[in-house]
Write a new protein. Structure first.
Length: 229
């Protein structure tokens, strides 16, 4: 469908697919409403251009507030009511998706939990078998693999200052605070290398604080993790 081709999306994961669906609805409504209002304002500007200056001069007198019955108050009331309905409609529509993304799945069979340690200025992944991988712009020759088609729960903490664990491709973003475990999750269905960034200014090396994550098939992941200690 044409509309689907026009939509912006990068559905590499369950979480980003939900995120993009919501984003595109906001995008389409924004274009439709702003287009309508711009067209309406242009129409009013053109259709009322001759009378405008005289009427306004007549209406503005020092110390006198113009009558509120001037114009079309009922139309304005309908418009405001309509916009309020749209606003709350979108708000309510967004709640299930927001809840879905924030709610870490607890009872899925195919799940692995990765502990993520932020530090100035590296990321360390701790796998379920205790294997650690540390990565950053200044750490070379590391490999951090993850399985696709698997629910991955990230438990995120910091060893020093405040950081934020962010994987833009999956729309995963969670604060990293010392002494606190925050969780985020995703389920990736496209193999490839993605990058997690720190998105909380955390000192001199902040810009170097990113780590590459390689998503491979579950079988390849199992073989890789089994060969690490
Ligand atoms: Cu940081």
């Amino acid at each position: 469908m044409l509309i689907e081709k026009l939509m912006l999306s990068a559905s590499t994961s369950v979480t980003s697919a939900v995120w993009w669906r919501l984003f595109n609805i906001y995008l389409v409504l924004s274009i439709v409403f702003s287009g309508f209002f711009i067209a309406w304002i242009m129409y009013l500007v053109i259709s009322t251009r001759e009378r405008a200056d005289r009427e306004i001069v007549n209406h503005i007198k020092p110390g006198i507030i113009p009558s509120s019955t001037r114009g079309r108050p009922r139309n304005v009331a309908f418009l405001v009511l309509f916009l309020v309905i749209v606003f709350f409609g979108l708000f309510i529509y967004s709640l299930p998706s927001t809840y879905y993304l924030k709610q870490v799945p607890s009872s899925k069979a195919n799940t692995i939990t990765i502990d993520v340690y932020a530090a100035q200025w590296t990321w360390t992944f701790r796998y379920p078998n205790g294997y650690n991988v540390t990565g950053s712009a200044n750490v070379h020759n590391y490999t951090a693999e993850f399985p696709v088609n698997t629910t991955i729960i990230f438990r995120v903490t910091s060893l020093d200052v405040m950081h934020e664990f962010s994987i833009p491709s999956f729309k995963v973003k969670v604060d990293a605070f010392a002494g606190v475990w925050n969780t985020a999750w995703t389920d990736v269905y496209q193999q490839g290398t993605y990058t997690a960034f720190c998105t909380e200014l955390c000192g001199l090396g902040h810009a170097d604080m990113y780590v590459h994550m390689t998503f491979v098939s579950p079988a390849a992941y199992s073989a890789w993790i089994a060969s690490q200690k």
